[in-house]
Design a protein. Structure first.
Length: 136
């Protein structure tokens, strides 16, 4: 006999986004099938943003995370978790965010690499912070 199923515990921060959750293979996707376009910023909660950048092949994209942060002088900025591949479509997506999108007028404090696959770390060290400090 199967144990009774509990209703999924939705994150209250995501409940206000207006998406219908989807359950699949024991996982709950609180944003349903929503995914930001390349170069689009989606705020998951204050201080945490989500975008996607393209990769060749069947996956087609990786997720990139933008986290509120502070520069060493205390001024506001953001950290980028996973930059994507160093290829024109990825650079265009980031340029859009920096020049016209949600990151306009701000600057990156650091780049965080979650793991060393080329689609997560291939952008040059220091990009787009403007420095040549090693990635975190």
């Amino acid at each position: 006999m199967d144990a009774p199923r509990k209703p999924p515990a939705y994150d209250a921060m995501l409940a206000d986004h207006g998406f219908d959750p989807i359950e699949s293979d024991g996982l709950t996707y609180p944003l349903g099938d929503y995914e930001p376009k390349f170069g689009e910023y989606f705020e998951l909660m204050p201080g945490i943003g989500w975008t996607r950048t393209p990769v060749p092949g069947p996956l087609g994209h990786i997720n990139n995370w933008i986290l509120a942060d502070r520069h060493e002088d205390g001024s506001a900025g953001f950290a980028i978790a996973d930059t994507g591949l160093f290829m024109p479509q990825v650079i265009d997506a980031w340029k859009h965010l920096f020049e016209e999108g949600a990151l306009h007028g701000q600057s990156a404090t650091k780049i965080i690499v979650t793991h060393y696959h080329p689609d997560h770390v291939a952008a040059p060290a220091g990009w787009p912070t403007g420095s040549r400090r090693p990635c975190t």
